[in-house]
Design a protein around this ligand. Sequence first.
Ligand SMILES: Nc1ncnc2c1ncn2[C@@H]1O[C@H](COP(=O)(O)OP(=O)(O)OP(=O)(O)O)[C@@H](O)[C@H]1O
Length: 233
Amino acid sequence: MTSPSNNSPVISARNLRLTLGEGDAAVEILRGIDLDVARGETLALLGPSGSGKSSLMSVLSGLERATSGKLTVAGEDFTALNEDALAMARRGRIGIVLQAFHLLPTMTAVENVATPLELAGEDGAWERATAELEAVGLGHRLTHYPAQLSGGEQQRVAIARAIVSRPPLIFADEPTGNLDTNTGASVEDALFERRAETGATLIIITHDRKLAERCNRVVTLGDGLIATDTAAV
Ligand SMILES: Nc1ncnc2c1ncn2[C@@H]1O[C@H](COP(=O)(O)OP(=O)(O)OP(=O)(O)O)[C@@H](O)[C@H]1O
């Protein structure tokens, strides 16, 4: 594994393409994405439905392999890895928060957060999970199961789980899309606060202009290509 210097981009993508399906059914979903993302940046990804936002997130986070192009993430050449190696490379590098919270229903809040650390063989999983849940305001809900938590609380657990291993990179796909406005705002605050405290890079897919304004860069996609790329003033 190469060890990236602190000022090299945490993501470097060159001419990334993603084609799904074959022959007549082939669909070109990403059509040549060039993108560098600096450490600690907060980047909002906007664009019309079907423009490729979720697909780009899948490729950048190593959930899906690009069809062609070059992608380096946190010092690792993702385009050189097969699916098993990609799964390994994601560990410790990437945290993901999705619109539907995807917590394990048979595990308590603290178990949901501690499990990824335990699977990675890390020490102090329980203590770290507890501290992370306290940091997102859930110190009083540690032993609750997902079904006993509100939507906003479940999303805080998902944030704690994504961030507990201190990945350099966090992806969030419409993380407040399933929540009412007030709950969404407080979950958003928790996400941005924890990001700032840990220094992670955050890439957030959203349709919410206000949420995008909290980021220091706004990238819009159109038809599988980057349409605009604007730094906040
Ligand atoms: N497995 C697949 N096979 C073929 N086409 C697909 C597949 N998955 C996604 N697509 C197509 O790729 C395009 C981009 O989808 P994607 O979900 O990335 O868009 P999006 O910008 O995230 O949209 P939304 O805002 O609606 O979530 C869409 O036209 C979609 O229909």
